[in-house]
Ligand binder design. Structure first.
Ligand SMILES: C[S@@+](CC[C@H](N)C(=O)[O-])C[C@H]1O[C@@H](n2cnc3c(N)ncnc32)[C@H](O)[C@@H]1O
Length: 243
């Protein structure tokens, strides 16, 4: 479709055409990843090489991925002075969204060098402006620069890959300021994943967060297929009764 025709389309139709195109490109991207690398789950765990670059591109363009990240950021009610940490930022969609939402500073950590490069390109202006710092490190060896305290921490489709997630969450809790909040989101991507799989993921995350000492738990759902769940919780503030 030529640019002139596109410009004459009503905005709603343009949005639909764009979403359909992105979806088809996303599917083609997944097929390309499968052709390049049979270990697709391994690529989601730690994108690397040429197949990792395609995986990152798919993460960044698949409409459901973009909606999921935008939605999780909206749940965090970002405030202008907030210091925020994302663990497993992938191609940096949530990082860009956090900047748009007006966060004071966004820190991110991901153990994939390919993801660090893609997220850094996507957020180059915010990095230059001193609003974003992205580092290449595993969740179980966060560098001292990420000791915090943070006002909010998030992880989107990443916790499932961490070694010993209960310990990781306890460490993250110590990095949050009193009253700080955490958002752990999951959209199960295993074959046959259903609403039940999402509910199970929510139960598991709630239990992990409770065990790590978080309180005021609430679970939100975004109606995609399968649904995205996001468990929100806080670290008790000074003088706040634990619930
Ligand atoms: C499925 S992708 C999700 C990316 C992004 N959060 C999103 O929703 O678009 C998982 C990301 O978590 C990162 N990751 C997985 N395990 C990790 C670990 N132990 N430490 C740091 N990053 C990790 C991967 O490299 C990958 O970028």
């Amino acid at each position: 479709m030529g640019r002139r025709h596109e410009a004459s389309l009503p905005p709603a139709v343009r949005r639909m055409v764009t979403a359909a195109a992105e979806y088809l490109i996303g599917c083609a991207g997944i097929a390309a990843v499968r052709a390049l690398d049979r270990d697709v789950v391994g690529q989601a765990h730690r994108p690397r090489g040429a197949a990792g670059r395609v995986t990152g591109w798919v993460f960044a363009h698949r409409p459901s991925n973009r909606r999921r990240n935008r939605w999780v950021v909206s749940l965090l009610s970002v405030r202008p002075a907030d210091q925020i940490l994302e663990v497993g930022f992938g191609p940096g969609i949530a990082v860009a969204e956090l900047v748009r939402a007006g966060a004071g500073h966004v820190h991110g950590v991901d153990h994939s060098e390919v993801m660090l490069r893609q997220a850094s390109r996507r957020n180059a202006a915010a990095i230059r402006a001193g609003r974003v710092t992205l580092v290449n490190a595993p969740a179980d060896r966060l560098p001292p620069a990420l000791d915090g305290p943070f006002d909010a921490i998030l992880a989107v489709n990443s916790l499932g890959f961490w070694p010993a997630p209960a310990e990781r969450l306890a460490e993250l809790r110590r990095r949050l300021a009193p009253g700080g909040r955490i958002a752990i989101a999951s959209q199960p991507r295993c074959p046959g994943a259903s609403a039940g799989t999402s509910r199970d993921a929510a139960d598991e995350i709630e239990n992990l967060l409770r065990g790590a000492g978080f309180t005021q738990m609430s679970t939100q759902t975004l109606a995609l297929s399968p649904p995205v769940i996001c468990v929100l919780a806080t670290v008790p503030g000074i003088g706040t009764p634990e619930r």
